[in-house]
Design a protein around this ligand. Structure first.
Ligand code: SAM
Ligand code: PRE
Length: 246
């Protein structure tokens, strides 16, 4: 795994964070050392996919990057499912296509799409994952996207949403941010790397509170909305569409 050193040298002007070739090359290392609980979330996506994915349905990984979640879900999916892995970063899509093409043919089909998840038509889905990606979608577009996920799900289908979050209480915000930075330091990032990446993400990654996410998911129609995981300022929520229309 190539080590993430993108922010290790001082930059005169830190530009906005983008999912370009440099990031895609180091992404597995970057995300593992930046998101506390990332491995646990992935492992639960694998477990949840075996429960929720049903035969002859679509499964979506929205903002799939290099397909970490997609590749864990594939063995859980019956062969007549189609697993759609969608990302709008060419650097991610190109690498994921090579990874998928290098796999021995087995399990359900994976279709990799280079597309904006806000414009992609979703249909007949049993399980949808949006892992650390809604945070990069403009806030004003998030409800429409969650509505399109809800509308595409079959009754009993589920959405797994993981996000970096913020807090209304300034003391909680400061403490959890500090703990996140301690986590990064403990995983080898310097204060310079932490500070420069923070600047790069400032206008790109717009976190909301857990309450805002839960309220939005309820508003678009989910009958059961269950935050099931939190580590510092990262949360994962499972939302299930009721079997009966409400
Ligand atoms: C933090 S990464 C997601 C990590 C990945 N889901 C995982 O579990 O490893 C965010 C990804 O979302 C993609 N992305 C951001 N906005 C998007 C959009 N509007 N449409 C499609 N992909 C988007 C980025 O290109 C990036 O690959
Ligand atoms: O490094 C951070 O502070 C993060 O917020 C981590 C985060 C994310 O949550 O998406 C940011 C950018 C990279 O895609 C990987 C992880």
């Amino acid at each position: 795994m190539t080590k993430d050193q993108i922010y290790s040298l001082p930059q005169r002007r830190v530009g906005d964070f983008t999912f370009d070739d440099a990031v895609a090359d180091v992404f597995p290392d970057m995300i593992a050392r930046s998101v506390p609980g990332y491995a646990s979330i992935l492992s639960m996506i694998e477990q949840l996919s075996s429960r929720f994915i049903l035969p002859n349905t679509n499964v979506y990984d929205l903002g799939c990057s290099l397909g970490a979640a997609t590749l864990l879900m594939q063995p859980q999916a019956p062969p007549d499912c189609i697993l759609h892995a969608i990302d709008n970063a060419p650097a991610m899509v190109e690498r994921l296509r090579s990874i998928v093409n290098a796999q021995p043919p087995s399990g359900c089909r994976i279709q990799v799409h280079e597309a904006d998840i806000c414009e992609f038509a979703l249909d007949h889905a049993s399980f949808v994952v949006i892992n650390l990606t809604l945070q990069f979608v403009p806030i004003e577009d998030r409800t429409a996207l969650m509505q399109s996920v809800f509308d595409a799900l079959i009754p009993g289908g589920a959405l797994l949403l993981s996000e970096k979050i913020c807090f209304e209480d300034p003391l909680q915000q400061a403490l959890l941010t500090d703990l996140h930075h301690d986590f990064k330091r403990a995983h080898g990032y310097s204060d310079l790397e932490i500070a420069q990446k923070r600047t790069a993400l400032e206008n790109r990654l717009l976190p909301e509170t857990t309450d805002s996410h839960v309220a939005r998911l309820r508003d678009v129609g989910f009958g059961c909305v269950a935050p099931w995981f939190q580590c510092f300022n990262f949360v994962s929520v499972l939302a299930v569409k009721s079997e009966q229309p409400t």
